[in-house]
Design a protein around this ligand. Sequence first.
Ligand SMILES: [Zn+2]
Length: 454
Amino acid sequence: MTVEIPRLMAMVDEAADEVVRLTQDLVRIPTVNFGTPESGDEMAAAEFLRDRLVEHGIEATIYAASDNRGNFVARLGEGNGPRLLFMSHTDVVPVEDPDQWTYPPFSGEIAEGRIWGRGASDMKGTVAAQAMALIILKRAGVRLNGTLTFAACADEEAGGAYGFGWMVRHHPDVLRADYAVNEGGGGPVRSRGRIIYPIATGEKGRLEVHIRIRGRGWHASQPWRADNAIYKAEEVIRRIRAWRPEVSVRAEIFQHLDTLAGISEPVTDQTIDHVLSQLEGRDPTLASMLRAASRMTLVATMIQAGVKSNSVAEACTIVCDVRSLPWQDVAYVWRQVADILAGLDGVSFEIIETAVSNSSPYDSPFRAHVEAATRDAVGLDDLTFVPALSVGFTDSRFVRPLGNVTYGFIPSAPTDDPSRSGAHNINESVGIDSVITATKFHVALACRVLAGAS
Ligand SMILES: [Zn+2]
């Protein structure tokens, strides 16, 4: 059976207005996640998607984590072939001051070749692209041998407890797949005349360390009778700042520095910092990302002490944000913190893991499909791909333990300027050419994985 990918790519171009309208409609549904159970309202987006897909004869289900937190799942295909999962999230971060926006944040207005509004780039443009990909495949009558699942879930912006986290706990079989794609990578980098697409194979974990420093309070008029917890915190802070993380070039991206930055000599754990300090002047963004990919970070982000200005503080709490590498588990982080605080009197700590770190192999048959589908979508053969480690976390971490080879990879158009996305910022927008490219990518990927196209 042969599937003509060029014909399908042309069908996406013909449906460009539909994809744009779908993105606009989704942006106009204010699924704002404040991190509270009653916010989010992703059910409205789930019902909208269900109505649209069912209208095209596609099987769709809503899995409700609660009345207002809807997780949308659609399916295509039959037979015993592979299982492919398209992942996205329907919630968005809040808007702080709408007056600072050029176009109203929930308007979905079109200007400058872009669709404007909160969530346009993170990630309703992708939700629309994935939905449209299923519609096109159905419309074209492509026979998929295997299962294509499209899951647009809730609550990503607050950690996923009502979204992919909830789905994996309650309906793991719905999400179990051989391969999955999600946000986290796919913005092309231009280096020395080449277009390079990073594929995020893994992501760092996130933990919080709560350090409690206990002193002895006293009336502030006789401070010598107290053991000031704020002063005791000074040594804790000094040690946190003096801590040097273990440096490692184990992440696969470090084998591709030649492609990324023209660094041809192999780097080692010992040489990487020197290499990065030289890269800093040429490409500070890349240097900073590589720095984050080569070590755990631990930084104090909150401090709280005392209850009254005329009482010496009895206690002080310092909260640190930790981002760990895929092979650094809670026990590893625990040892680091225990070392930092060793021998300090009245100091204890607790670690809360908010996102586990994990990764999928770059060396997988999926990679060839992803690369080929990107060439189909972009319409260029001369593209370069490199593995990347995402330094923030995504919902991918929930599905990797199910056995899904999951890549953070939604390619945007090489013509799009990534600095204009405004994700989590004012004036968020997505390039129309990127939404079209993403739609083509998902269509081509499904054909390559499930319809034997090559
Ligand atoms: Zn996102």
